[in-house]
Write a protein of this length. Structure first.
Ligand code: BG6
Length: 472
């Protein structure tokens, strides 16, 4: 019993939060480069504070991040030392196509990822590649308005074809879009959408979502054509929504909020717009333009597995209640839970509930590709960090996941912790919100040696993997 021998233990990062090297290797500028740290970040990532070029006086944390660009060998060696079986990473689109619409890809960018995959191979770590993790070339945003344009589908597929072909010998597991449902909550970061006053934002967001859903289905088809061994997953920000009380109106509110998120994997896993979405979009006056072939594209190219991030459950009420923070959006504060330093609820049982609900819904293999605790770490003089809070969080979540597998029969392929190494926070742009097993000496003001140090959790996770989840 316990986890299957093939269970994929590992960690997950995103290019824009770890690579840096933004001006190296012929890389172009992307939306994620232009999300400043500090007060302006929120409005920028939501598409309301136009940020089309690097501005004086702003700090852009992704430009250097933790400089994985130059440290990848050292970092992957540390992942190998922990015993990783999988490493989830994303491709910076603008390393491969700096503007997005070039005829030929940028060889330097392709070589960079090939070297990473070679390094992974040395330690028998298989890559799990997110094709787009909040990443869109600025040129395409300025010229076409990002994913509001259907033209994006072709540019994205071009990227996919290059990746599937070039990395055929290294990669067989792919995710098409990271947290695709974040297009509704962080539309600039998620899909390169900037809004002008008076625009119908819902219409634009769902139009962009439709384009991404079609692109995801076409990428799935292409991946299977290029290599029948390829397995493609969708990826959404999950976390079941609880009703604040058993009052039917609260239960209804929770159901509708859940459906807002499930809309995306519903389309990607089942192959059609669910009827609740068609009805509600129509009622809200939102009519994404679809081409006659779209229905067939979605129907015939559903994903092979369902992946998701889980940080917390959510809570909904029909009346106004105190709110709590969470992964990029707020929800009603659940009085039964504890909260992280950043005010996110901590709910390990919620992971078991979420796993069960998603598995019931799709009956396809699941993959938890993000789960972790953002916290402040305080290193001692010898750089030792006793991050028992992080170990505690992960232990309880792994325990819940184990119960879902062992006792509930959920089919789970693997678990990649966010993040194995400290990196830039997507939501806040902070460095001090640390998730890693590996500490990076880089501070909030951008200063630091960038040296890496193993935290206590490093050795703990190493043992978890070595015992296949038996010793927690
Ligand atoms: C998810 C993203 O939303 O949550 C990651 O896929 C992100 O990119 C992670 O880093 C944690 O959120 P944050 O805001 O703490 O970085």
């Amino acid at each position: 019993m316990g986890f299957p021998e093939s269970f994929l233990w590992g960690g997950a990062v995103a290019a824009n939060q770890c690579e840096g090297g933004s001006k190296e290797g012929g890389r172009g500028l992307a939306n994620v480069d232009l999300c400043p740290a500090g007060e302006r970040r929120k409005e920028v990532i939501c598409g309301h504070g136009k940020s089309l070029c690097l501005e004086e006086g702003q700090f852009y944390p992704s430009m250097e991040a933790i400089d994985f660009y130059h440290h990848y060998k050292e970092d992957i060696r540390l992942f190998g030392e922990m015993g990783f079986r999988v490493f989830r990473l994303s491709i910076a689109w603008t390393r491969i196509f700096p503007k997005g619409d070039e005829e030929e890809p940028n060889e330097e960018g392709l070589a960079f990822y090939e070297n990473i995959f070679k390094e992974c191979k040395k330690y028998q770590i298989q890559p799990l590649v997110t094709i787009s993790h909040f990443d869109c070339p600025m040129y395409l945003i300025e010229k076409y308005g990002g994913w509001r344009s259907r033209k994006m589908i072709d540019f994205y597929l071009k990227l996919c074809r290059v990746l599937f072909t070039r990395y055929r010998d290294y990669v067989v597991k792919w995710l098409t879009f990271n947290e695709i449902n974040m297009i509704l909550h962080a539309p600039f970061m998620g899909a390169g959408l900037c809004f002008s006053d008076g625009e119908n934002e819902e219409q634009i967001k769902y139009q962009a979502a439709h384009h991404e859903l079609v692109a995801s289905a076409l990428a799935t088809r292409l991946a299977h054509e290029v290599n029948p061994e390829n397995k493609i997953g969708c990826m959404f920000a999950a976390g079941s929504v609880y009703p604040f009380s058993c009052r039917p109106k609260d239960v209804w509110e929770a159901l509708v909020t859940d459906q807002e998120n499930y809309f995306f994997p519903d389309v990607q896993a089942r192959g059609y717009y669910p009827s609740y979405a068609r009805k509600r979009l129509k009622k809200a006056g939102v009519f994404p333009q679809m081409e006659p072939e779209d229905g067939e594209i979605l129907r015939e190219n559903t994903v092979d597995f369902i992946s998701f991030s889980y940080y917390n459950s959510r809570c909904a009420s029909a009346s106004s209640q105190e709110t709590a923070e969470g992964n990029l959006f707020q929800s009603v504060r659940n009085p039964y839970l504890e909260y992280s330093d950043w005010g996110w609820p901590i709910d390990p049982l919620g992971l078991r509930i979420t796993l069960n609900q998603i598995y019931d819904r799709y009956q396809k293999p699941l993959f938890i590709v993000e789960n972790g605790l953002g916290a402040v770490d305080e290193p001692k003089e010898d750089h030792a960090i006793a991050d028992d809070y992080r170990i505690g969080y992960l232990r309880e979540h792994i325990q819940a996941m184990k119960q879902a597998v062992e006792e509930d029969g959920v089919e789970l392929m693997g678990y990649t912790v966010w993040a194995p190494i400290d990196l830039i926070s997507a939501g806040t742009g902070e460095m001090k919100k640390r998730y890693g097993f590996i500490y990076v000496d880089k501070q909030e003001d951008g200063k630091g040696t960038l040296s890496r140090f193993r935290k206590k959790s490093f050795y703990w996770y190493q043992k978890v993997i070595a015992t296949n989840g038996e010793e927690l």
